[in-house]
Design a protein around this ligand. Structure first.
Ligand SMILES: *Cc1c(COP(=O)(O)O)cnc(C)c1O
Length: 443
């Protein structure tokens, strides 16, 4: 094991990591996985309580997803998607269209590239529609949409962004409806609508320069699982329509059942009660859970109207964006297997029961004296630790590892985002582990 850790330090530049810290806190050396468990090279088991950065849905080494990828390997591993097509990408696009109510699917390889695609498509749409001045973007305070240069421009996490500020395009951030920020006595819905009014003030003055408003529906993940009232989405849908600005739903983290519905946007009812199921964004960005955590894949789906604005005889009117691995057949087969599992096992309904059961299991954690703002939506639980001293996240992480749990708090926010195959027993073990960590005077 020491050999592997030395080699990783010598050869691998780890993401989101100050490499010097690996001297004191070496990474886990993982040999294999089994359901929600990670198993290291000496056989120790760790519960993957954050689904390997929110991507894993149905466990590691899932036999059904393994079988789909293995079958596809014997057919075609990859072919470029310009000038060629294949069954997995067509079938996946058809199924995603049915699920989202949006038309053509454009593919990238990760979440940040999906953000880039949506931003470029939106601005290009306005250019094709004779309004090239509509090329600005609005996003939420504390929002996260990825870390490539374009995506980072609409991200608002200072730790990731400040260093690169000179490289980024100017964008506008409006108040976050994060329910923790409501005034005393103000409901989370009233606060959300107050924040939507702030967006309206901005759009009323700047709609002519604005292409799109991008938002993480219901939960701002990287901000520390900040949750907000669904009326915010309903109201901003109205505002975006009224001011002719695209609404981009970044469902990269919350899509595929995380918040209790297949997509988070489904939970926002139109304010006027038009009978539509949820609000429909102009673009939806999907990634993370899309392949069950197996292979890098992202997709952007949009309306038929937006698609039509690119269609024509002139080449440059088309969306000339590409990535080498666009629509990779293995990744698409993994995604199709994931959708099969959702349908066959009725995962959304099953998770509803699991979600309330897990919330009861976490009751003692919620009641712990160090815990504030315990919150929960679907298969996400989070709480804040107001007395956390600097370095809390790393200390909690190490204390949890000693209890056989793999977690990475975000600052003073501890969160649980387990694979859907996690059992009630696993969850009880996780609750006990968190109680030990919270009561450890060294954490
Ligand atoms: C993770 C994430 C991204 C970026 O995805 P990557 O695959 O890490 O590039 C974008 N938006 C949201 C909401 C995310 O959680």
């Amino acid at each position: 094991m020491d050999d592997l850790l030395n080699r990783t330090r010598a050869a691998v530049w780890h993401p989101c990591t100050q490499m010097k810290q690996l001297e004191a806190a070496p990474p886990l050396a993982i040999a294999r996985g089994e359901g929600p468990w990670l198993i290291d090279v000496v056989g120790r088991r760790y519960l993957d309580a954050i689904s390997s950065w929110w991507v894993n849905l149905f466990g590691h080494c899932n036999p059904r997803i393994n079988a789909a990828i293995t079958d596809q390997l014997g057919k075609i591993e990859h072919v470029m998607l310009a000038g060629a097509t294949h069954e997995p990408v067509v079938a996946l696009s058809e199924r995603l269209a049915k699920l989202t109510g949006l038309g053509h699917a454009f593919y990238g390889s990760d979440g940040a590239s999906a953000t880039e695609i949506a931003l470029k498509m939106s601005a290009h749409y306005w250019r094709n529609s004779g309004q090239p001045g509509k090329n600005g973007f609005v996003s939420l305070k504390n929002g996260y949409h990825g870390e490539t240069v374009g995506a980072l421009s609409v991200t608002d996490i200072p730790l990731f962004k400040s260093t690169y500020a000179p490289l980024l395009r100017h964008t506008v951030q409006v108040s976050t409806p994060d329910a923790r920020l409501a005034e005393p006595g103000e409901s989370s819905e009233a606060y959300a609508l107050r924040c939507a009014a702030a967006l309206e003030t901005h759009l009323a003055a700047h709609a002519d320069e604005t292409a799109a408003f991008i938002v993480e529906p219901l939960v701002q993940g990287a901000a520390g699982m900040a949750m907000y009232h669904p009326s915010y989405l309903s109201r901003v849908r109205e505002l975006c329509t009224q001011y002719k600005v695209h609404l981009i739903a970044d469902e990269i983290a919350v899509g595929f059942g995380r918040t209790g519905s297949m997509f988070a946007c489904e939970q926002a009812l139109p304010l006027a009660g038009s009978g539509i199921h949820g609000v429909r964004p102009d673009f939806i960005c999907l990634s993370k859970g899309i392949t069950g955590g197996y292979l890098p894949l992202s997709a952007v789906l949009t309306t038929d109207d937006i698609y039509a604005a690119f269609y024509g005889d002139e080449t440059a009117r088309g969306f000339l964006h590409s990535h080498s691995y666009t629509g990779n057949p293995l990744a698409c087969r993994a995604a199709l297997a994931v959708l099969d599992i959702f349908e066959h096992d009725q995962v959304i309904a099953a998770n509803r029961i699991k979600s309330s059961e897990f919330t009861s299991i976490l009751a003692e954690v919620a009641a712990h004296t160090r815990v504030r703002h315990f919150r929960h939506l679907g298969m996400i639980w989070a709480f804040d630790v107001p007395d956390a001293a600097p370095g809390f996240s790393a200390r909690f992480h190490r204390a949890a590892l000693a209890q056989g749990v793999f977690m990475r708090p975000i600052g003073a926010t501890v969160y649980v985002m387990p694979p859907y195959v996690t059992s009630a027993d696993d969850m009880r073990g996780l609750a006990d582990a968190m109680l030990v960590c919270l009561s450890d005077p060294g954490v």
